[in-house]
Design a binder for this molecule. Structure first.
Ligand SMILES: NC(=O)c1ccc[n+]([C@@H]2O[C@H](COP(=O)([O-])OP(=O)(O)OC[C@H]3O[C@@H](n4cnc5c(N)ncnc54)[C@H](OP(=O)(O)O)[C@@H]3O)[C@@H](O)[C@H]2O)c1
Length: 272
């Protein structure tokens, strides 16, 4: 069956590889990127192998909450339904980790922007829809003060905490939204895949990106992922697994979501 799939961060790394594979399988692609030039390039590259693909591009910098809201509005204006959202865009190492609104860009791009995009787009999904969130083997207890922008973290701490935050809200929405909501699935695409993120962070070439792209395509399309809401797939072991214990703790998940909502309230006020 042909699906309509919104993929964030589709201009490089695992995202671009995933977009190529989905296009080759005849899926309709809503390709997000933060740069018009990289989006045009990605579209050209994807079309070289899959000239018939339906592909629509959307530009938004996910470190800017008003751009996340504008992205959601544009998608809602153009589509009445979506089958799959892959929240793939992410950051590890950046020159200025604190945004001009005072928050850590890792928390914003890796956890808060995908939460906002997902919740804004929920009306477009049926219960068969899938929200696929790119988690990581790196997961660490969230320092709420750092999430609020009151404390600075190292690159690796901010990354691991933001990835656990994403995994925690994935599990919480899966449990709180009920049967009519789409499936919420967290996936570690495998560690040390050879993207620019891994090269910048660890100075290593990394493994074949197709390892990550293949698991995302399976998660988007295959029946094996059709009853997987609130689960974590660890592609380092090629199987379902348990995330960090905090993702299994409902009380901690609720506190985290409350803090994300508070942050969004503050950011929306600053953005108006
Ligand atoms: N590689 C691994 O081993 C590994 C392991 C576990 C999890 N992951 C996760 O997999 C996902 C993809 O990462 P990757 O390894 O493929 O890294 P990557 O090549 O650096 O790709 C990251 C993507 O996110 C986009 N992005 C970054 N900041 C953004 C922003 N502010 N607004 C909008 N888009 C933004 C990038 O856009 P540009 O193209 O413009 O740079 C790029 O398309 C990430 O969530 C990462 O945490 C990767």
């Amino acid at each position: 069956m042909q699906k309509t799939i919104l993929l964030t961060g589709g201009t490089d790394g695992i995202g671009l590889e995933t977009a190529k594979l989905l296009a080759a399988k005849g899926q309709t692609l809503l390709l997000h990127g933060r740069s018009d030039a990289k989006l045009a390039n990605a579209k050209e590259v994807i079309k070289q192998n899959s000239p018939e693909v339906h592909i629509n591009t959307f530009r938004a910098d996910l470190s800017n909450i008003s751009e996340v809201l504008a992205l959601a509005s544009k998608v809602k204006d153009q589509y009445s339904s979506i089958d799959v959202l892959i929240n793939n865009a992410g950051v590890f190492k950046v020159q200025n980790p604190i945004t001009d609104t005072g928050y850590d860009v890792r928390f914003i791009v890796n956890a808060i922007a995908p939460y906002l995009l997902t919740t804004q787009l929920l009306p477009l999904f049926s219960a068969n829809g899938r929200i696929i969130n790119l988690s990581s083997a790196a997961q660490a207890t969230v320092n709420i003060e750092a999430l609020k922008g009151h404390q600075q973290l190292s690159d690796s701490d901010a990354y691991a905490q933001s990835k656990l935050a994403l995994t925690m809200w994935t599990f919480q929405l899966a449990r709180s939204l009920g049967d009519k909501a789409p499936q919420f699935i967290a996936i570690n695409p495998a560690s040390f895949l050879g993207s620019k993120m891994v090269k910048d962070a660890y100075g290593t070439q990394g493994k074949d990106l197709s390892i990550g792209a293949n698991i995302l395509v399976r998660a988007a399309l295959d029946d094996e992922f059709s009853n997987a809401s609130g689960k974590y797939f660890d592609n380092d072991i090629g199987n379902w697994s348990q995330p960090h214990p905090d993702a299994l703790d409902e009380k901690k998940r609720k506190v985290l979501i409350e803090e994300i909502e508070n942050t969004l309230d503050k950011l929306s006020i600053k953005n108006t």
